[in-house]
Write a protein that binds this ligand. Structure first.
Ligand code: FAD
Length: 277
C-alpha cells in the first residue's frame, strides 16, 4: 500500500530533531525505518510529519561510562554486534544484536528504534530488562532517565511521549563473575523470535547471585520471570515455573500453549548455557 501523505524533514542535530518533533503532536521520528516504513505503508501509522534522524552521527557510538557502557540511540545493530567494548564488557548485548533479523535489517535498524517501537517480539528490549538498563529520553525541556522496567508499557507502547526522543541507552559492565545467555526459538533462520530468553547472573559461593531472566514475546511487553529467577538462585530447575505470570499471544508463529512450552525449555537451556560460561 501507499502511505498516507506526510511532511518530511531531515534533522541536522539532536536539538534540531527535538525542535522539529516537538512542534507537532503526531510527528514521528524516522531512524532505520525498518518498522516505521512498513507501518506507514499499511497505514497503521499515519503521522502528519516524519523527522528523519537517520543521519545523526552524533548518536551513533558506544562509550565507556565508568560502571556502564553508553550506547547512542542511532547505533545500528551491526555496529552494536561488532563493538569491542560491548563484546568485552557486556557481550549479551552484542551477541543479541547479531541475532536480529538478517544483514539488511542489522545494517539499518537502530537500538533506539528497537526500544522505542515497543514490539514485544523484539530482542534487545528483553536484554535491556534483564540487565536493568537505563534509557535517556530527551525533549526540548531537558532529559529524563528511565529504567528499563518503567520504559515498556504495552504492545507498541513505551514511555516515549510526544516531542521526546531516545538519545542514549546504558547497560552495566559485566565483572569476571557474570554468566549470561540469550536464546531464541524461531521458525526460520531470520525470523523474529517466537519466544526469546535473556538470562544473566553472577557466580557466587558455588551458585549464582542476582539472577535475571527476561522474555521476548511472552506478553505485551518484555517480561521478567521471577519464579525462574528464584529457582536459579536456589539451584532448582528454573524451567519448571518459567512461564508463571506470563501472557503469551497466539499467532501464526505459535499458540500461547506452545509458547509456554518454549519458555520452559528455553529457560532451562539458557540457564545451562549461562552456568557453563
Ligand atoms: P524505525 O522503524 O525508524 O522506528 C520505529 C519506531 O520507533 C517509530 O515509531 C519511530 O518514530 C520510533 N523511533 C525510532 N527511533 C527513535 C528514537 N531515537 N527515539 C524515539 N522514537 C524513536 N528486531 C528484532 O529485535 N529481532 C528480529 O529478529 C528482527 N527481525 C526483523 C526482520 C525484518 C524483516 C524487519 C524489517 C525488522 C526486524 N526487526 C527485528 C526490527 C529491527 O530490529 C528494527 O530495529 C526495528 O524495527 C526498529 O528500529 P528502526 O531503527 O528501524 O526504527
Amino acid at each position: 500500500m501507499i502511505p498516507a501523505p506526510f511532511d518530511y524533514e531531515v534533522a541536522e542535530s539532536v536539538g534540531h530533531a527535538l525542535q522539529l518533533v516537538g512542534d507537532r503532536d503526531d510527528a514521528k521520528l524516522l531512524a532505520g525505518g525498518h518498522s516505521l516504513i512498513p507501518a506507514l505503508k499499511l497505514r497503521i501509522a499515519r503521522p502528519s510529519k516524519l523527522v528523519d534522524i537517520g543521519r545523526l552521527a552524533e548518536l551513533s557510538y558506544v562509550r565507556d561510562a565508568g560502571p556502564q557502557l553508553a550506547i547512542g540511540a542511532l547505533t545500528r545493530h551491526k555496529a552494536v554486534r561488532d563493538d569491542q567494548l560491548l563484546q568485552e564488557h557486556c557481550p549479551i548485548v552484542s551477541t543479541t544484536a547479531g541475532m536480529i533479523g538478517d544483514p539488511q535489517v542489522r545494517h539499518r535498524g537502530t537500538i533506539g528504534g528497537s526500544l522505542a517501537h515497543g514490539d514485544p517480539a523484539s530482542d534487545l528490549p528483553a536484554v535491556l530488562l534483564a540487565l536493568d538498563g537505563e534509557v535517556d529520553l530527551a525533549a526540548a525541556t531537558g532529559v529524563r532517565t528511565l529504567s528499563a522496567r518503567d520504559f515498556f508499557l504495552g504492545v507498541f507502547d513505551t514511555a516515549v511521549g510526544p516531542g521526546e526522543m531516545v538519545t542514549e541507552v546504558r547497560v552495566p559492565k559485566f565483572s569476571a563473575d557474570h554468566v549470561w545467555s540469550f536464546l531464541k526459538f524461531r521458525r526460520r533462520a531470520q525470523d523474529w523470535a517466537t519466544v526469546g530468553v535473556a538470562a544473566v547472573a553472577r557466580r557466587s559461593n558455588g551458585g549464582v547471585a542476582d539472577p535475571a531472566i527476561a522474555f521476548v514475546n511472552m506478553g505485551a511487553t518484555p517480561l521478567r520471570a521471577p519464579a525462574a529467577e528464584a529457582a536459579w538462585a536456589a539451584g532448582a530447575d528454573p524451567g519448571a515455573s518459567a512461564d508463571e505470570g506470563t501472557d503469551p499471544p497466539s499467532d501464526t508463529s505459535g499458540s500461547a500453549e506452545f509458547r509456554r512450552h518454549l519458555a520452559r525449555v528455553l529457560v532451562t537451556r539458557a540457564v545451562e548455557e549461562a552456568n557453563r560460561r
